[in-house]
Design a protein around this ligand. Sequence first.
Ligand code: ADP
Length: 493
Amino acid sequence: MRVLEIASEAVPFAKTGGLADVAGALPDALAGLGCDVSLVMPAYGEVFSKGLPIEPTGIEFEVPIGARAELARILRCRRPGSRADVYLVANDSFYDRPTLYGGSRDYPDNAERYIFFSRAAVELACRLGGRWDILHCHDWQTGLVPAYQKLLYGSHPAVASSRTVMTIHNMAYQGLFWHWDMLLTGLDWRYFNWRQMEFYSQLNLLKTGIVFADSVSTVSPTYAREIQSAPGGCGLEGLLSSRSNVLTGIVNGIDTAIWDPAADPHLPRPYGSDDFDAGKYAARVALAARLGRAAPDSRPLVAFVGRLVEQKGIELVLEVLGHMAGEGRAHFVILGTGGQEYERLLQRAAATFPGTVDLVLGFDEGLAHLVQAAADITLVPSRFEPCGLTQLYAQRYGSIPVVRATGGLVDTVVDATPETLREGTATGFVFEGFDAAGLDSALSRGIEAHADKPVWNSLVRNVMRQDWSWRTSGREYMRLFARAAASPATPVE
Ligand code: ADP
């Protein structure tokens, strides 16, 4: 099986969220299962500052963007210990910028940037030669790939018989652009209709991917069901249910080499499920120092690590902070970056409850590891959550997740009840409705359980022993690819 992974971000090259974790780890997981796999992503300015062995390939070609053409220079990175080649598409005017997609507002030429990237990825697949079984696309940035493969490159021997798989990491980001950007795609206007590329007069790149791909997947079985109806489908629920015969959900794995409390360079003292007490205490001492405190707090440490956006349920966190922090029942540590209003409100909470609410605004990978190691409880009260990685990292680091029952959180956290605790299957505390009362009650159950040392310790041991490695998910992707490769291609209407 020869697979080209196509994504707009991947660790260790560039990351804004969970997509980068997945696109960074999946290639090696697939290679470990005998797959011949490469990854292609844009060569953002920041990829050159990471000390990675990036070299020129000598491959370069022009990519038509509407009436003009832009040059794509292809670089390659072969990392020691990795069996997957990473190809980087360089074009400095598109990708040498301070952030990946823009700041508080998206870059105005994001349509061009990813039309260019998608077409360059298919062109590269052709130029690398051989025959690709699967072109695996991730999110709206690669949504044109299935359309290009079918409509423009259908007779090229490298990709003519390829099957395209479109993986959706988040329905809330669809790549919507004004209709004139259709001209930049080089595709015929007749595809700009409500059944293919148009969405209420706009060009929709994720929709394009879902329509033209041979197979569609998303990052958990529950989310695969949720997106087939409103509001989960974000307007594409009808299309997704019409494609339910080729739609599957595969829970993300985690990179157990990067997220391993027993060998994590960001932690002061590595630990496993048998000696977590000492390791987590050392992490708390180190975290206290980072936060400018002399000694760690003796109360349960409740953490939140994530993007400060509406999806993540920040308003529930703020409401619960309002009274729980007032009562002083726990010490809260929040690490995040995102919406200015959320940042302001959290700053206010931190100022109101000094010593009880600690806030770090910014993106800090090392600190994210340290916080998870130090935490007793990690909050993931999302409004919706396609898969969620934070709760999986929390489990591996022995922090018990408190989550809302939505999307991948349903598939990865088993609520602690007297029965599940007795059976040893409990892995967190779950609440149903999106309201502060639900979060409050689940978090209170967690804090109460924390007071019962034997119960808590066996819960921590249990979550640390969960296997969320890519082994299982990688096999599921292999099965999906095999099914797609053996099925007829989706006909173009
Ligand atoms: P999403 O992809 O929606 O952002 P996930 O839970 O799938 O959510 O993945 C989030 C990833 O981003 C995790 O690896 C998490 O540790 C990381 N992350 C989020 N915010 C920060 C931050 N401020 N600093 C460091 N890492 C962060």
